[in-house]
Design a binder for this molecule. Structure first.
Ligand SMILES: *Cc1c(COP(=O)(O)O)cnc(C)c1O
Length: 220
């Protein structure tokens, strides 16, 4: 099937309240343009340099989401245009995003990435770190960022029960923090689910899925 057919088929199965991020990392601009021409406007990349290059080349009504781990020294390269940063997992990073957003006279939306998987290698915050960051944000210390929700990645496993348990855990944290409602913290987005597990993620309460290989084909 073509990129367009893959995209339209996936979109037809998504409930209306679920936003699709087309994960286009490693793929050439021509592939992204196929998706663009089929109506897709939100693209997810995991390397800042690659995202910045694609941003330069492609139509300006695209929303660019940074879904990968972010190094603080590279925030400045995406601050002028990034639409949502999914992987915020430290206060230090949040401070840097705030600083660069201020320089660009923007407010940048961010998701806090929670560690929900069993693997040690996946990035993300634990409950105590989340509370610490939310406390700082509540104190209105950051004028140029807005926390709009949470993101998480389940363990890489065939075990559906385990994945489900991890997604429900993240949903419970999301629900507990949804009541927080200050100028720069409004939790409306729960980013969870990829090609292999997005249907399960939606059943567990996801509002944003990040799908790559099921749209663009496998990556090298
Ligand atoms: C690559 C990636 C995805 C998409 O993965 P697929 O399995 O290709 O759908 C989603 N989220 C993150 C954080 C990724 O790095």
């Amino acid at each position: 099937m073509s990129i367009k057919e893959n995209l339209l088929e996936i979109k037809s199965t998504l409930p209306e309240h679920v936003t699709l991020v087309a994960v286009s990392k490693t793929k050439p601009v021509s592939d992204l343009m196929d998706a663009y021409e089929a109506g897709q406007r939100i693209f997810g990349e995991n390397k800042i340099q690659e995202m910045a290059e694609k941003f330069e080349e492609m139509p300006k009504d695209i929303q660019w989401h940074m879904i990968g781990h972010v190094q603080t020294n590279k925030v400045k390269f995406m601050a002028p245009f990034v639409s949502l940063i999914h992987g915020v997992d430290s206060l230090k990073l949040l401070k840097e995003i705030n600083k660069e957003a201020l320089k660009n006279n923007r407010v940048i939306d961010c998701l806090l990435q929670m560690h929900i998987a069993e693997e040690e290698t996946k990035f993300g915050l634990d409950d105590a770190e989340l509370d610490e960051i939310l406390k700082e944000v509540q104190n209105e210390k950051f004028s140029n960022i807005k926390i709009t929700g949470l993101m998480g990645m389940a363990t890489f496993t065939e075990n559906q029960n385990q994945i489900k348990k991890e997604f429900l855990h993240l949903k419970a944290i999301f629900d507990a923090d949804k009541a927080l409602n200050t100028k720069n913290c409004q939790m409306t987005t729960l980013s969870m689910g990829m090609s292999g597990d997005y249907q399960l993620a939606i059943d567990c309460g996801s509002t944003m899925v990040r799908i790559g290989s099921s749209i663009f084909g496998t990556r090298n």
